[in-house]
Design a protein around this ligand. Structure first.
Ligand code: ZN
Length: 232
């Protein structure tokens, strides 16, 4: 546990870090007694591999931002950085943590991207986006921001939030040409990186598949579960 508190700037980061370490204690103390937690920020994996850092983050996120209450805050409201800022304040977490939580539960495809100096630091896709191929493998590759990205230095951005509608292909070349994308970016003085939230409608040509470890139940199973034993 070598997160150095001196490097943790905001109260929100501190709360998240404590909850993260608590998560290790609850979830992982039997498998490991030392944790090499990243000092920078929330860990963000690219894929779905088992990762105790991601698990501890998930624990912290769930503890600090209970789902029922979080949904009450955001349901039926257009997402923007004001709304996410409201959540960050309500739960005493960083804007990044609140934005990750929102991304996780978003109903449509959502991808959160952190960037600095025109390169991606990390990115997190929700399940729907991930399964449609809309994700960035930032652990394996150095990825440059698209030239048109609001957060790109080409498109000089004042401190604050901006958003626009563009084509999904600007970020994800494999998307159909007709696919729209809403992009919103926040550059704030207190952060040393930009946050960009990318929103896309569902990928109709590629319905999300189940990969939560449960095979698709077949009709027979469903009969059994409903108490309607099939007659043989
Ligand atoms: Zn950790």
């Amino acid at each position: 546990m070598r997160r150095e508190t001196t490097h943790i700037r905001s109260e929100g980061r501190k709360r998240f870090t404590i909850a993260h370490e608590f998560g290790h204690y609850i979830l992982h103390r039997r498998i490991q007694d030392r944790f090499e937690c990243g000092g920078d920020d929330i860990e963000t994996g690219d894929g779905n591999e088992r990762d105790i850092e991601a698990e501890a983050d998930k624990f912290a996120s769930t503890l600090l931002m209970p789902l029922d209450d979080f949904r009450k805050q955001v349901d039926g409201q257009p997402v923007n950085f004001d709304l996410l800022g409201h959540c960050a304040e309500r739960y005493g977490v960083s804007l990044t943590a609140a934005a990750l939580r929102w991304t996780e539960i978003a109903e449509k495809r959502a991808v959160l991207v952190a960037s600095r100096d025109d390169h991606l630091l990390w990115s997190k896709s929700n399940q729907a986006a991930f399964k449609s191929g809309a994700y960035f493998a930032t652990r394996k590759n150095t990825i440059e921001l698209p030239q048109d990205a609001l957060a790109h230095s080409n498109n000089l951005l004042d401190v604050g939030a901006q958003s626009h509608s563009t084509r999904a292909q600007a970020w994800f070349p494999r998307e159909p040409a007709s696919m729209p994308l809403t992009e919103m970016t926040m550059v704030a003085g207190q952060y040393d990186y930009s946050l960009t939230l990318l929103l896309m409608p569902d990928a109709e040509w590629q319905r999300p598949q189940h990969d939560d470890g449960e095979p698709e139940e077949d009709t027979f199973d469903r009969f059994i579960r409903n108490g309607q034993h099939p007659v043989r």
